[in-house]
Design a protein around this ligand. Structure first.
Ligand code: C2E
Ligand code: CA
Ligand code: CA
Length: 695
């Protein structure tokens, strides 16, 4: 070989080596794989450029020794790296590990290391050659993927992934739980499989329009589970596109909010609806009225407010118990609801009070048929569990804006009108009138004045004779109270007795009546007129636990013989709580008082109860006497009462006998005891004495 050819060979070889070195470096850079060599004899460590790059180092900074190398290993992995190397040397084999490194800047990287050894003829390791593969990117990607799939699997929200044709290709566990479908049954289907039929076509059209134009939709949807049950879900739907902007997938994220919805509904219902009848309650009623007022005002419209109070509800509750009372109210609500239009609101304010809002009334004439219809509906008894419950509706009506422009004014006006109906015999309807307000004012005045009536000696008694037709004699008298107010003059009991019952003042008044009546009777007895005196006792008095003790004290203080004292108790009072009434009436009877059932025929007592009552006398209500000559029905009722009394061995007296005709008819029906204007109006005691002297 010539020197020139040697030289050229040398140059060619050098070029070749350069190329090789460059190629190796480039290859290492592209593959993220560097290599190193450790010469165990000289202790020198060689790193390729790529290894330096992987460790984030430059050759000048790194004193290339094995120990220096260990400094760049993640502290938790040092032992692994060191042990792997040492073991491989002692066991004379290669190794392959993955570990973390800490780059110069402090960032963590992942590397895969492989190593092989060279040996001398004795088999001792002389050189180690290894590769370092930077797998940080893969690790990160892998980790992210793992996180994503973990999230996908463990998320509480249901996830559905479809392809571009909406075919379901992946669902997570949560979605299977929400929908009740196993994943396999969903794959290949479209989400339409879950449709509940709840939403209309427009709903879905709008949803898709949003997904297609914004790539996104969010809203509440009602879908159907595999078992048919509906569920409410909050759903996010996202359209996914690839780099070329081609639609590839839809992802929907489903959050089952059925429970939340139900709770919200429950809270809403508790706050706004009556739990017994499911009607709007007072709060919602008020809200509705208040929210409609501005509308009515703007459009110059009228609105009517009907205030309905059921008659006899207390009776039902007291005699049949609260469970029947509740059933009664539910039935009443159902009946009223059926009479009104869809747009009208029926509410229950509590107890037996209902209200109706009639919107958009043109004239008052429209309201009358509705009120009449309701009243007519209750003219037949309500039958609940074979009990015939007689009721009636008292309806007060106020009009916006005529009777008030605020909720409070309207309710007060309707309530006042309703109260007026109650006063004038119940079971009717009334429009509010200004005079009613005056009446209300009067009532308040009476109530206030009544407090001092007894103390100021403003009460006095009148007596009405009771005549026995058989013996043609006066055998008794009923004491009736009057009130002579220093300013307002004479006030009749129907003006103040019911008020005093409501306020409790009746108790004091009743005791005063007893004292006065017993005193007057004693004087009559002393003069030889052995008449029975009757006093009226209301249930409010009987309910007072001191009543027996107090009335007995009056008897003994007056020194009158108890067998000449009769207590008149109205039938409806007895029937409103028959069991309680029986206890106290039996007690009074045992003490020696005579008892009479007043206003008989109006309180629905049954024969079986009547038999148990310790009353000696039944007093036929004057409403049956009034038309007894003309009205066949009334006559039949009176005849029946008389026959019934005879069977039970009780006495009968008819009150309200005003005419000869009344008296004759009653006599014909074998009612021989009579009280009424025909013989005398109630008169003061001195006149009464005069009356019996001349009888
Ligand atoms: P009542 O117990 O039914 O009393 C009979 C009422 O009928 C009395 O009215 C009497 O004046 C009236 N009356 C008597 N005869 C006739 C008649 O022929 N025709 C007509 N149309 N009416 C007649 P008054 O005195 O106004 O009493 C009304 C109610 O006030 C009584 O009804 C009674 O429930 C109550 N009341 C009166 N005084 C007392 C009392 O001292 N205590 C209690 N708790 N209530 C009383
Ligand atoms: Ca009476
Ligand atoms: Ca009566």
């Amino acid at each position: 070989m010539s020197s020139s050819s040697f030289e050229s060979t040398l140059i060619a070889e050098k070029e070749y080596l350069e190329k090789l070195k460059y190629g190796l470096n480039k290859a290492q850079e592209l593959a993220h794989i560097g290599h190193w060599e450790l010469d165990l004899l000289s202790g020198t460590l060689f790193w390729s450029d790529e290894v330096y790059r992987i460790f984030g180092l430059v050759p000048q900074e790194f004193g290339a020794t094995y120990e220096a190398f260990l400094e760049y290993i993640h502290p938790d992995d040092i032992e692994l790296v060191n042990k792997s190397y040492m073991d491989s040397v002692s066991q004379k084999r290669g190794y392959h590990i993955t570990h973390r490194i800490i780059r110069r800047g402090g960032t963590i990287g992942f590397v895969e290391e492989r190593c092989e050894h060279e040996f001398d003829k004795d088999g001792n390791v002389t050189r180690s050659i290894g590769t370092v593969h930077d797998i940080t990117q893969q690790k990160i990607a892998q980790h992210e993927l793992m996180l994503a799939s973990e999230v996908f699997a463990k998320m509480n929200d249901g996830i559905v992934i479809t392809d571009a044709a909406q075919k379901i290709i992946k669902v997570n566990e949560a979605f299977c739980k929400i929908s009740g479908y196993p994943a396999e049954e969903l794959y290949g289907q479209t989400p339409k499989a879950l449709s509940s039929g709840w939403h209309n076509h427009e709903f879905y059209a709008m949803m898709w329009e949003s997904i297609m134009s914004y790539g996104y939709w969010n809203g509440e949807i009602i879908d159907r589970k595999k078992n048919g049950e509906l569920y409410t879900a909050e759903i996010n739907i996202i359209a996914l596109h690839d780099d070329e902007d081609t639609l590839t997938n839809f992802i929907s994220i489903t959050n089952d909010i059925t429970n939340k919805k139900q709770q919200e509904d429950l809270i809403h219902n508790l706050a706004y609806f009556d739990s017994l009848t499911s009607l709007p309650n007072r709060v919602l009623f008020q809200e509705r009225v208040m929210s409609r007022i501005p509308f009515m005002k703007r459009n110059k419209k009228k609105m009517a407010l009907l205030f309905i109070d059921m008659d006899n509800f207390k009776n039902v509750n007291d005699t049949l118990g609260h469970i029947m009372g509740d059933k009664f109210l539910v039935e009443v609500a159902r009946i009223i609801k059926a009479t009104i239009r869809e747009q009208d609101t029926l509410a229950r304010l509590g107890g037996d009070e209902f209200t109706i809002i009639l919107e958009d009334v043109e004239s008052l004439i429209e309201i009358i048929p509705i009120a009449e219809k309701i009243i007519k509906l209750f003219s037949t008894p309500i039958i609940i569990e074979e009990n015939k419950l007689y009721t009636g509706a008292s309806i007060g009506i106020s009009i916006y804006p005529d009777d008030g422009e605020s909720y409070e004014e309207l309710v007060k006006a309707a309530d006042t009108a309703m109260y007026q109906v109650k006063e004038s015999g119940k079971n009717n309807f009334q429009f509010f009138k200004q005079e009613m307000n005056d009446k209300l004012t009067e009532r308040i005045k009476i109530e206030n004045n009544l407090y001092s009536a007894v103390a100021n000696n403003e009460l006095f008694l009148v007596y009405q004779p009771k005549v026995n037709l058989d013996t043609d004699s006066v055998y008794g008298m009923e004491a009736l109270v009057r009130w002579k107010h220093p300013v307002h003059g004479l006030i009749q009991p129907d003006k103040f007795i019911s008020i005093s019952e409501e306020t409790g003042q009746i108790y004091e008044i009743g005791l005063w009546v007893a004292k006065q009546a017993f005193h007057d009777t004693k004087l009559l007895h002393d003069a030889g007129d052995m008449l029975t005196v009757s006093i009226n006792v209301s249930s409010k008095q009987l309910e007072n636990s001191h009543f027996i003790q107090d009335i007995c004290r009056e008897v003994s203080e007056a020194g009158v013989d108890i067998k000449y004292i009769e207590l008149e108790i109205t039938e409806s009072h007895i029937m409103s709580n028959i069991d309680k009434a029986l206890i106290i009436l039996n007690e009074l009877h045992a003490i020696g008082f005579k008892l009479s059932i007043d206003d008989f025929g109006t309180g629905y007592s049954s024969l079986s109860y009547l038999k148990k009552l310790p009353a000696q006398t039944i007093k036929i209500d004057r409403s049956f006497v009034l038309d007894i000559e003309k009205d066949e029905d009334d006559r039949t009722i009176v005849a029946t009462i008389i026959a019934m009394a005879k069977v039970l061995g009780k006495d009968v007296i008819a009150e309200g006998s005003e005419t000869q005709g009344h008296v004759d008819t009653l006599k014909y029906l074998h009612c021989n005891k009579i009280q009424g204007y025909f013989f005398s109006k109630p008169i003061v005691i001195n006149e009464f004495k005069e009356f019996i002297r001349n009888f």
